[in-house]
Design a protein around this ligand. Structure first.
Ligand code: C2E
Ligand code: MG
Ligand code: MG
Length: 642
């Protein structure tokens, strides 16, 4: 009795539809997708050879070469789908780099198949696997096929169990169904040798996998044909879990949402398409090394294997250039505002949570610049670590003398030169790099270390004032910040005066900055007043720092012995607001009327400078003139302008 081809033909149909649908649904990008396509294609090919072989058998063909070729190719290809299946599963866990590195995994992956391959290729001579002379018959080595299948099965189960965290449970069940379905069809075929259900079983499993595991709508964004957020999230989760090095080029186009709000969805979609086209073009130019994702409107990612770091750097550079080019959309000149960040994972971004929180809104935190930005520009991913270790960081900084004092020049409008500077605390920790003085001060106030830090800063400043440069440069005084906790201490005045006298400097050369918070902390009012009075009597002057940020109690301000008011940057930044201009004008006029001197902080532009000089503020401090500088640089800065 001839063998029935019905199941094989059905399998061929199913597989053909699957291949076509994979291609039509553009499931051709991403390693798992590509492997799946290869996997079905080989199964399809095996089915074709099976049909050929069975057709020859059924026709009682005596064409021995054809018979050997048909049966042999069928077996070679069909058995090849087993390691391919293993590759597909490895692809789902994205653990290539482990496989590549491990000789043993490679050996198990290819060894058994190679043995089988050798046996099948030499079969026309050895006739150990099968013979066709008297109709198709199994040879004495045929059992090899089963042994090899069992080896792969054990390997795969082990692999899946080991990497279970990288796989979703329901999906794992679906792709593992290939094994029981395969076993069942093999058994059916053993019992009923004329019913050829093996390929059919394979096709059914692939249909299941295609429906349940390789769901394109979960992976591919239908608008842009790039992979979407969920795919990115899965891939990156796996990368972190595996410790795989990748470079992520993050592109957030900051103004896409406003483009959409003004111009509408369809127009914004055109812009998105254009951005995608540019990303694709650059990726292609660089050899398609990156996997591209579109997370949502305006946020794109290109992920490179860490091996291609240089390519990632180049891609990021090219993207900045390309995305900043103006484009003409429907006769409108549109300039995009792309923020491009290159992040090395896991060196710079340590885990998945960090990656996600970082990626959401870095474009809101950054200043817009025409360059690729890096993680350290924006995000202190070690912030949590700094916060939890801050006490140790501070203690070590004190012990190993890591603190420094920087000086930010203060310009006198009246005198047309720099007459003073603000002393600002700096710490460059060997592990964490720059640690903001605000973090240090807040923590040190709680731990009590603030007093030692305060003494250090004041001593540094006194040493500077006592030196010859101070007078030579025409400096009159240095402003030193006092924290709330320092002001609350009973011996503040004595302590300050003691340090100054140790350096034998005139008390007028130091101006102490206190904040409104310290001034208004009512329970310390008496101690503060006592301290201020003592210091004032000794000749030390005071500034009220950050004026305009707190709860400004004018009455208290008037009562305090402050000579200088420092208008806070946040207040100053609002000078474009017409109402704020009125407030600023009147505030300055009022303060001047009660004989206060005014320092404006945070002046960054000529325009700001002009506005406040016109208001007749006395002193200007800000990046427009200079950032805070280390002492030698500060001296050079002043010398150059003397
Ligand atoms: P602050 O006393 O209001 O110091 C002014 C801050 O504004 C400084 O930040 C300075 O670098 C920054 N700044 C100055 N000009 C500009 C500008 O044009 N643009 C911008 N964006 N910023 C400008 P810094 O050095 O980070 O200090 C932050 C705060 O930490 C200080 O605010 C002060 O409250 C505190 N601090 C710094 N050093 C000490 C210290 O030695 N002792 C105490 N108790 N607190 C300190
Ligand atoms: Mg200050
Ligand atoms: Mg201030």
């Amino acid at each position: 009795m001839g063998k029935s081809l019905s199941f094989d033909i059905a399998a061929l149909l199913i597989l053909t539809i699957l291949i076509v649908s994979c291609i039509m649904r553009k499931m051709t990008s991403g390693t798992p997708n590509r492997l799946f396509l290869v996997f079905i294609s080989f199964t399809w090919l095996a089915t074709v050879f099976d049909i050929w072989a069975v057709t020859l058998d059924n026709a009682n063909s005596t064409n021995l070469p054809a018979l050997y070729a048909a049966h042999g190719c069928y077996m070679i290809i069909h058995n090849f789908t087993v390691p391919l299946y293993a590759l597909f599963v490895i692809g789902l866990t994205d653990t290539w780099h482990k496989v590549r590195k491990s000789f043993w995994i490679q050996a198990v992956l290819w060894g058994p198949y190679l043995v089988l391959f050798a046996a099948l290729v030499t079969n026309p001579l050895t006739k150990k696997m099968f013979t066709v002379e008297a109709g198709y018959q199994r040879g004495e080595w045929f059992f090899l096929i089963y042994i090899v299948a069992v080896i792969y099965m054990i390997f795969l189960l082990g692999y899946v169990i080991y990497y279970r965290e990288l796989l979703e449970f329901s999906k794992t069940l679906i792709f593992l169904s290939y094994i029981p379905i395969g076993l069942t069809t093999v058994m059916i075929q053993m019992v009923y040798p004329t019913v050829l259900v093996e390929m059919y079983g394979g096709a059914i499993s692939m249909l299941l996998i295609s429906l349940g595991v390789q769901r394109p709508e979960e992976i591919v964004d239908s608008d842009t044909q790039l992979m979407k957020y969920s795919a990115y999230a899965n891939v990156m989760k796996r990368n972190f879990w595996n410790g795989k090095n990748v470079d992520v080029v993050m592109i957030n186009v900051a103004n896409l949402s406003s483009i959409q709000a003004i111009m509408g969805y369809d127009f914004a979609m055109l812009v998105v398409d254009d951005v995608v086209a540019r990303i694709r073009r650059i990726n292609k130019l660089l050899g398609n090394k990156g996997e591209m994702y579109h997370l949502d409107r305006g946020r794109f990612r290109v992920v490179f294997n860490g091996l291609y770091h240089d390519t990632a750097v180049k891609a990021a550079d090219m993207l900045v250039e390309s995305l900043r080019e103006k484009t003409d959309f429907k006769d409108l000149d549109i300039s995009l505002k792309p923020f491009v960040v290159l992040a090395r994972c896991p060196e710079e971004i340590k885990d998945f949570k960090m990656l996600m929180s970082f990626g959401t809104d870095f474009h809101e935190k950054l200043k817009y610049e025409r360059r690729v930005m890096h993680v350290e520009d924006i995000f202190r991913e070690d912030m949590v670590e700094i916060q939890s270790n801050i006490d140790r960081i501070i203690e070590e900084a004190l012990e190993f003398k890591r603190f420094q004092v920087y000086y930010q020049p203060i310009y006198s409008v009246e005198k047309g030169r720099f007459v003073s500077a603000e002393a600002l605390l700096r710490l460059f920790d060997p592990t964490y790099g720059f640690v903001s003085p605000e973090i240090i001060v807040t923590a040190a106030e709680k731990s009590g270390a603030i007093h030692r830090i305060g003494d250090y800063v004041l001593e540094e400043v006194c040493r500077f004032i006592a030196g010859s440069e101070f007078r030579e440069l025409g400096l009159e005084y240095i402003e030193v910040n006092l924290s709330v906790a320092q002001c609350m201490r009973g011996n503040l005045a004595d302590n300050v005066l003691e340090i100054m006298s140790r350096y034998q400097i005139p008390t007028e050369t130091v101006n102490l900055e206190i904040t409104e918070t310290a001034a208004s902390a009512s329970h310390t009012q008496e101690i503060l007043e006592e301290n201020l009075r003592k210091l004032e009597q000794a000749g030390v002057s005071f500034s009220l720092d950050d004026y305009g940020t707190g709860y400004s109690n004018i009455k208290r301000v008037i009562q305090m012995p402050v000579k200088i008011i420092k208008l806070d940057k946040s207040f100053v930044d609002e000078q474009h607001n017409p109402k704020m201009r009125v407030v600023l004008k009147n505030t300055v006029a009022m303060l001047k009327d009660i004989n206060m001197e005014i320092v404006v902080e945070g002046i960054e532009t000529q325009e700001m400078l002009d506005f406040f000089t016109e208001l007749q503020c006395d002193f200007i401090q800000g990046y427009f003139f200079s950032k805070p500088l280390p002492k030698p640089e500060f001296i050079r800065f002043l010398e150059a302008r003397a």
